[in-house]
Ligand binder design. Structure first.
Ligand code: NAD
Length: 458
């Protein structure tokens, strides 16, 4: 793996600070140019990116083209269409008491932002936050995950080729590099990854008193009511569970449904998987593999063969795990103790929505929660009785696509959010500005000592 030398990191910060202090990134023309270049990079180099992710974890080309490059390009277009409006000072007014002051919010960049990415969507999770950081006028250090080394290396090469290296840099490496960056001259941290490392990032942020956004994970439940359209439900869950081999932060982690629904659901999910990947997914170029040996062993250990009703085959040589369904699962099973992050679908049976709500609320707040039902009132009851980063009714994962909706966690699944305008806000300080006119001195005279009864009377 190519690594950035620790010794070179202080110089990177020196260069970025000089550019920021010179006001380079504050210019709207500079921001737009960088966003256009980022769009161009994700268009011209999409096949190169896809090859790197394929080399890293047998990731299907289409998944990189659609879910990384395509999404980043759309994000660039959306931001370019709105940046003039978002970057403008926003006038504010309130009570008559302060009517003499001219008041507005001036969005200002933080300075140098550190973006730490996870490996599972290796381009999206560094470059999508980058869109927001550029739009808001920041300098940026990107730290892609070392677990997808080919993707990380090509990110470094292309960012240097397409974007302004005096303001945007990539540092390659693992814990040592990240820890050095966290002690560096940073003004903001945007982190994507596990909750356990997220807590370390937050401690480091506290030491420097810099704001932090944490995009973490967790077990995202799916509740399926008996009135759900089972054929559509099964196909959508089958898709969400196995794209990227289940290594998606908002993947449906486990199902809660009645015994009757379970028996209708399983054959439909199997049918969907076979239509996606054939009977032999280990030969399918549309089926992704597990990222490395350590994660392969971890996911494999979650499979209890006595509870498998479909799948369960593994092949250590290619880090392959077959799409797998487990039944008779309860909260004490190993597969229910941690985020699965793999293609295993456990089904926990419940008698009704109240039992499902109780089960969900007894666990940490998830990044996503999914409800399948044809009754919108039931969906609302579940939404109002639980908490999650986001929710999609009658689908999975899709709620994170529209740029008008913020994406982020709550509780252990994360702090803060981004996408669209929320990305601009995530990387901006909302600076309050008020102009107090000198002609109004008489109107505010009662604030001055000596304090008399008359002055405090009303
Ligand atoms: P990870 O926590 O192992 O690593 C994330 C990043 O942190 C990497 O860049 C890594 O180099 C760095 N890192 C690791 N250990 C560190 C340490 N001790 N000190 C400083 N930096 C360190 O996460 P991962 O395995 O790459 O990703 C999987 C997790 O990320 C899952 O829980 C998943 O749900 C979550 N995730 C969340 C989102 C989201 O948007 N909410 C997206 C993708 C993944």
């Amino acid at each position: 793996m190519i690594e950035t030398s620790i010794d070179s990191i202080p110089n990177i910060f020196q260069d970025l600070r000089a550019s920021f202090n010179a006001g380079k990134t504050k210019s709207l023309a500079w921001r737009k140019k960088q966003l256009e270049q980022l769009f161009k990079m994700c268009d011209e180099q999409k096949e190169v990116f896809a090859s790197a992710a394929y080399a890293d974890f047998h990731r299907p080309t289409a998944e990189t083209l659609l879910f990384d490059c395509g999404v980043i390009r759309n994000e660039c277009i959306h931001v370019l269409n709105h940046i003039d409006e978002w970057a403008r000072d926003e006038s504010r007014s309130d009570s008559l008491a302060y009517a003499t002051m001219d008041k507005y919010i001036h969005p200002e960049p933080f300075g140098i932002c550190l973006i730490i990415g996870a490996w599972n969507y290796p381009f999206l999770l560094t470059l999508s936050p980058l869109v927001g950081a550029i739009a808001a006028g920041n300098c940026v250090v990107l730290k892609p995950s070392e677990l997808a080394p080919n993707s990380a290396a090509i990110t470094a090469t292309m960012v240097e080729r397409y974007l302004d290296p005096s303001c945007i840099r990539v540092v390659l490496g693992a814990v040592d590099q990240t820890q050095t960056l966290l002690k560096g001259d940073i003004n903001h941290i945007f982190y994507t990854g596990s909750t356990s490392v997220g807590k370390l990032i937050m401690k480091a942020a506290a030491e420097k008193m810099v704001p932090v956004i944490l995009e973490c994970g967790g077990k995202s439940p799916v509740y399926i009511a008996d009135d759900a359209n089972i054929a559509v439900t099964a196909k959508r869950i089958a898709w969400g569970k196995t794209i990227n081999c289940g290594q998606t932060c908002v993947a449906p982690d486990y199902i809660l449904c009645s015994k009757t629904t379970e028996s209708r659901l399983i054959p439909e999910i199997v049918k969907a998987w076979q239509s996606f990947y054939t009977d032999n997914p280990s030969n399918s170029d549309s089926y992704c593999h597990i990222v490395n040996d350590r994660h392969f062993e971890r996911v494999k250990r979650l499979i209890d063969s006595t509870k498998v009703v479909y799948g369960g085959q593994t092949d250590a040589k290619q880090n392959f795990i077959e799409p797998t369904i487990m039944t008779n699962v309860n909260g004490n099973d190993k597969v229910m103790q941690e985020e699965i992050f793999g293609p295993i679908l456990p089904i926990v049976t419940v008698n009704n929505e109240n039992e499902a709500i109780e089960f969900i609320n007894a666990r940490p707040k998830p990044l996503a929660l999914y409800v399948f039902t044809s009754n919108n009132n039931l969906a609302k009851t579940i939404i109002n009785s639980t908490s999650s980063g986001s929710t999609c009714v009658n689908d999975v994962i899709f709620q994170i696509a529209p740029p008008c909706l913020p994406f982020g966690g709550v509780g252990e699944s994360g702090i803060g959010n981004y996408h669209g305008k929320n990305s601009f806000d995530a990387f901006s300080h909302s600076r309050s500005v008020a102009y107090s006119p000198t002609w109004a001195e008489r109107l505010i005279a009662k604030r001055n000592p000596p304090y008399t009864k008359k002055k405090t009377a009303s």
